[in-house]
Design a protein around this ligand. Structure first.
Ligand code: PEP
Length: 257
């Protein structure tokens, strides 16, 4: 079996502050000290440059830690008269290596359709960012037996727009909508079943070695349930919302991955 380095990404959403970054840097330097896991911090966009400078200032102390930063969204367009939008090239200039795309909150509230997310994915790739593509079903879709169908559509749109090798440098996050911010995580078996489907479907529709693609689980992950989730064969770490805002919890999750 191919070994995949786990990733733990923290999605601060519209929360957090730079003091949290200070706390995290301190913890990473003193309590993680390992590159066995790739850590990604995704604060609100206005904090990216400061966070990037902070990491640079602490480069020596953090030299053993594989730590990067990411945006929470990017425009599908290159530039122009699009008030409030942020181009992928700007995220890159602010120090990002990653960008979360298609988070369910953006799909539900800001018109991110599978097609639009696929175009954002193309911009991210064109600007050297690693997309973290979120996908997942609602509770109704799960109950109607449509989980795989919903996820397959998201993956297929990305491939239609970006080609069969789209996922050669990309991360996927399986985030069931009913688990995000609800305190009700998927069971390890539910997560594994969907992750295995994602990997199998990628192998079918793409032209990448699906065994090398990292697939993260997201949805109410805490230090109490992470061990079993992260132990599943096709779960390669987590995309963390609420628990990424508490330095002690986030560092614990990085240690568990
Ligand atoms: C998320 O929003 O990506 C997420 C997984 O949130 P939480 O961990 O709070 O459920």
């Amino acid at each position: 079996m191919t070994s995949r380095r786990p990733v733990v990404a923290g999605n601060w959403k519209m929360n957090g502050h730079l003091e949290l970054a200070d706390q995290l840097v301190e913890k990473f330097a003193t309590e993680l000290n390992s590159d066995a896991v790739e850590v990604v911090l995704c604060p609100p966009a206005v904090f990216l440059s400061d966070l990037s400078k902070k990491l640079e200032q602490n480069r020596e102390r953090l030299s053993a830690v594989e730590l990067g930063i990411g945006g929470q969204n990017a425009s599908a367009l290159e530039k122009g008269a699009h008030t409030g939008e942020i181009a992928a090239s700007m995220l890159k200039a602010a120090g990002c290596e990653y960008v979360i795309l298609g988070h369910s909150e953006r799909r539900a509230m800001y018109g991110d359709t599978p097609e639009l997310v696929a175009e954002k994915f193309a911009q991210a790739k064109a600007n050297g960012l690693t997309p973290i593509l979120c996908t997942g079903e609602s509770e109704d879709e799960r109950e109607a037996g449509k989980t795989f169908e919903v996820i397959a559509q998201d993956l297929e749109k990305v491939i239609e727009c970006n080609g069969k090798q789209a996922f050669d440098n990309a991360i996927i996050a399986y985030e069931p909508l009913w688990a995000i911010g609800t305190g009700k995580s998927a069971t390890p078996e539910q997560a594994q079943e969907v992750h295995a489907f994602i990997r199998g479907h990628l192998a079918k529709i793409g032209d990448v070695d699906a065994d090398t693609v990292r697939i993260l689980y997201g949805g109410s992950v805490t230090p109490d349930n992470a061990d079993e989730l992260f132990a599943q064969a096709d779960v390669d770490g987590g995309l963390i919302g609420g628990a990424s805002l508490v330095a002690d919890k986030f560092i614990k999750l990085c240690q568990l991955a």
